[in-house]
Design a protein around this ligand. Structure first.
Ligand code: NAD
Length: 267
């Protein structure tokens, strides 16, 4: 597969889970991949595995994102794809209890980061004049209540609004702006959010995977490559007429909510 050959792609949160899956998929389809994450050890490993480069980037810091885009342009001669994927579960609990500093941190990592990625990626893509593809990871929790913590869900809904708005502004520049809303995908996200590591993290992830395996019409848990496949499509010229879209990749979960026919996860 060489659908992405000649393209330079930056992926944030690419040390783990969906981002790592996308990095592997993009490289397999021919892209030059810049792996960006705060986790240097795992990020460097992913980059080494795929023949890509690693850049340490905290997506809540504008200077880090600006430097990340510059690293792609200066190191590889272009920026064709910017996939803003890094995220955290962030502040949890009832709306009556949230802490303002934790709220601000959650928004900085999950939403402000996406706007900053768009800002600096669009500047670079406009300057090179060859268009580009911006992809962001939102969530089914943006589309349906009860699927994620309040502030996380609000951030993900914000990504949907940002995507639709920025896509219209950037279309004349040939820059396509889309988002992917994953359903339940087996990754370290929830264990990380609970501060778990090692065996405790593995046990929680296994329990979630078991629940997800029965929780939507397609009776299996999502895996990172399900999302990576959609991202590779949006990154590629196959999607050259696709912008301002949110592609839901959830095994039919949201469709089942709409129809009132969500399967019993214990069945
Ligand atoms: P994950 O925890 O496996 O991966 C997230 C990655 O983001 C990690 O490598 C982590 O180090 C990195 N990261 C966290 N904070 C960062 C920061 N400030 N700067 C840079 N990198 C940072 O989780 P995942 O499930 O692969 O999550 C990827 C994206 O998918 C997130 O935006 C998440 O909200 C979204 N998502 C996940 C699911 C799911 O079921 N797993 C569902 C819907 C949406």
């Amino acid at each position: 597969m060489s659908r992405l050959s000649g393209k330079v792609a930056v992926i944030t949160g690419a040390a783990s889970g969906i981002g790592a899956g996308a990095a592997r998929r993009f490289a397999a389809e021919g892209a030059t991949v810049v792996v960006a994450d705060v986790d240097e050890t795992a990020g460097k490993q992913v980059a080494a595995d795929i023949g890509g480069t690693f850049v340490r980037c905290d997506v809540s810091v504008e200077g880090d994102i600006e430097a990340l885009v510059a690293a792609a342009v200066e190191g590889h001669g272009a920026l064709d794809v910017f996939y803003g994927n890094a995220g955290i579960t962030g502040v949890q609990g009832p709306i009556t209890e949230f802490d303002v500093a934790a709220f601000d941190r959650t928004v900085a990592v999950n939403l402000r980061s996406i706007a900053l990625g768009m800002k600096h990626a669009c500047r670079a893509m406009q300057a090179q004049g060859t268009g580009g593809s911006i992809i962001s990871t939102t969530s089914v929790s943006a589309l349906q209540g009860g699927l994620g913590p309040h502030i996380y869900s609000a951030c993900k809904a914000g990504i949907v609004g940002l995507t639709r708005s920025v896509a219209l502004e950037q279309a004349p520049h040939g820059i396509r702006v889309n988002a992917i809303a994953p359903g339940g995908v087996v990754t370290n996200l929830l264990a990380r959010g609970e501060g778990l590591e090692g065996e405790a993290a593995a046990q929680l992830t296994a329990a979630i995977a078991e629940k997800l395996a029965h929780g939507q019409p397609i009776r299996r848990a999502g895996v990172p490559d399900d999302i990576a496949a959609a991202a590779a499509y949006l990154a590629s010229d196959d999607a050259s007429f696709v912008t301002a879209q949110v592609i839901v990749v959830d095994g039919g979960m949201i469709g089942a909510y709409s129809a009132g026919s969500l399967p019993d996860p214990n069945a």
